[in-house]
Design a protein around this ligand. Structure first.
Ligand code: URA
Length: 445
């Protein structure tokens, strides 16, 4: 069918065939289909949805639109992907831990989107770290360190790159079949043997309700199974930042503290262990949850995981002594200012999206496409839900780009956002579950 006929069919709610979707994707890559037609198809899919078969066909066509990596390694090739959150540094810690357990982790990550932080922006706070290495350098880092976290290269799922850029500016990001095809096309092109998805739900997630998160989890595991990629999806809580900090260099520093054992936040640790355990089981490296968790704990305690992180940083151009001296290398904000509670109570909830936007306001995220971010700024010491605070006690600490009183205009805006984001109650409330649900692909045959 002609592109306009494909758009018309989807607009009118008719299912698209595999050949139509393949042809459309091929046209996106060879330039014969332009952004206007891509935007129109995206909006038609946003409103009409897709059947499982259509979503699978779109995913495969996008995966095959560029290079499909293959690996010849002596362990399973595994990866983890998050739907996006605040204080979510799981990828930075989990990749090296899983590598230390015998897997290889070629992790293709993204930049911050909206209020959420991006793993690539975090890694770029390490001086010299190359997030866009050449293919040979990437393969070498995966082989030697067991893990390499990089950005989407030009040749990997180029149709997703184009589709995503158009969706970002045409209000069609929040579509379950489009998110499924976008994430899985990159993962299938990366040649994985197993994938675990961390699907966030709550005030700081794109899928705010558990119902939406479940729909996305089910869509991802079923399309992945059809494509032969064993996949598990956990739905985890993003009703407060996962780590007690948010901001690029601040999260990298927290990762080093986590990996070395200087400090391990219990919520962060539990999510890392739960996701890591699913991954080790999918990769055939552990038989059950208990064994998998012991392996991950062992990789932390023996220092093997932090050693993998250190090696990855060095292989990709960062300082060789980074984990020994993170403070010598990471940028530091010009000033820090505590945000003090204005009354007594228990922290009952955070509006996590507002906290994420406070980091953006400080300069840690983008307000325009391609804008540079300030790696040093952000929030630390974010009070956990359930903490008792008195008026005048610290709710969070701002790390600001300006040395002016209160961190200048952006510091004052961030302070107001933190105060607006917190809800204090006179009585402590029972914390909700950290891990809501687990979904697993059932492989055909
Ligand atoms: N992450 C992706 O890679 N694609 C989406 O569509 C949403 C989140």
């Amino acid at each position: 069918m002609l592109p306009q006929e494909i758009i018309r069919a989807k607009r009118d709610g008719l299912p698209l065939g595999e050949d139509d979707l393949r042809g459309f994707v091929a046209g996106m890559v060879d330039g014969s289909i332009g952004e206007a037609q891509v935007a129109a198809l995206g909006m038609a899919i946003y409103f009409q949805g897709m059947t499982g078969a259509e979503c699978a066909a779109l995913t495969m066509a996008m995966a095959r639109s560029g290079t499909m990596l293959d690996w010849d390694l002596d362990g399973p090739v595994l990866d983890k992907h998050s739907s996006g959150g605040v204080g979510d540094l799981v990828s930075l810690a989990l990749g090296p831990m899983v590598a230390a357990c015998g897997a290889y982790v070629p992790m293709i990550s993204g930049r911050g989107l909206g209020h959420t932080g991006g793993t690539l922006d975090k890694l770029e706070s390490i001086p010299g770290y190359r997030t866009m290495p050449g293919r040979d350098e990437f393969r070498r880092a995966v082989r030697l360190a067991g893990v390499a976290i990089i950005g989407q290269t030009d040749d990997l799922a180029p149709a997703d790159r184009m589709f995503y850029a158009v969706r970002d500016v045409t209000a069609t990001v929040e579509s379950i079949p489009l998110i499924t095809a976008s994430i899985l096309s990159k993962k299938l092109a990366a040649g994985l043997d197993g994938l675990v998805m961390d699907i966030k739900t709550g005030s700081g997630a794109f899928m705010a309700t558990c119902h939406q998160a479940r729909e996305l989890a089910e869509s991802i595991v079923s399309v992945a199974a059809g494509a032969g990629l064993p996949t598990a999806a956990l739905i985890t809580c993003m009703d407060e930042p996962l780590a007690p900090c948010a901001g690029n260099a601040l999260e990298v520093r927290e990762t080093v503290r986590y990996l070395t054992g200087a400090e391990r936040d219990p919520r962060l640790h539990e999510v890392i262990l739960a996701l890591g355990a699913r991954l080790l089981i999918l990769g055939g490296l552990a038989h059950d949850e208990g064994a998998a968790r012991s392996m991950l704990e062992g990789a932390l305690e023996s220092g093997a995981a932090v050693e993998r992180f250190s090696r990855m940083v060095a292989e990709l151009g960062g300082p060789r002594n980074f984990v020994e001296h993170p403070d010598r290398h990471l940028p530091v904000a010009r000033s820090t200012w505590p945000v003090l509670a204005e009354g007594d109570g228990y922290v009952a909830a955070w509006d996590t999206r507002v906290l994420g936007m406070a980091v953006v306001a400080l300069g840690g995220g983008r307000t325009r496409v391609g804008q540079a971010v300030d790696h040093a700024v952000g929030l630390t010491s974010i009070a956990r839900v359930g903490t008792a605070v008195r008026a005048g006690e610290v709710l969070a600490v701002l790390h600001c780009a300006s040395a002016e009183e209160g961190g200048g205009a952006s510091g004052r805006a961030a302070r107001s956002a933190v105060l607006k984001a917190v809800r204090l109650e006179p009585e402590p409330s029972a914390p909700g579950p950290l891990i809501h649900e687990s979904h697993e692909s059932v492989m055909p045959g």
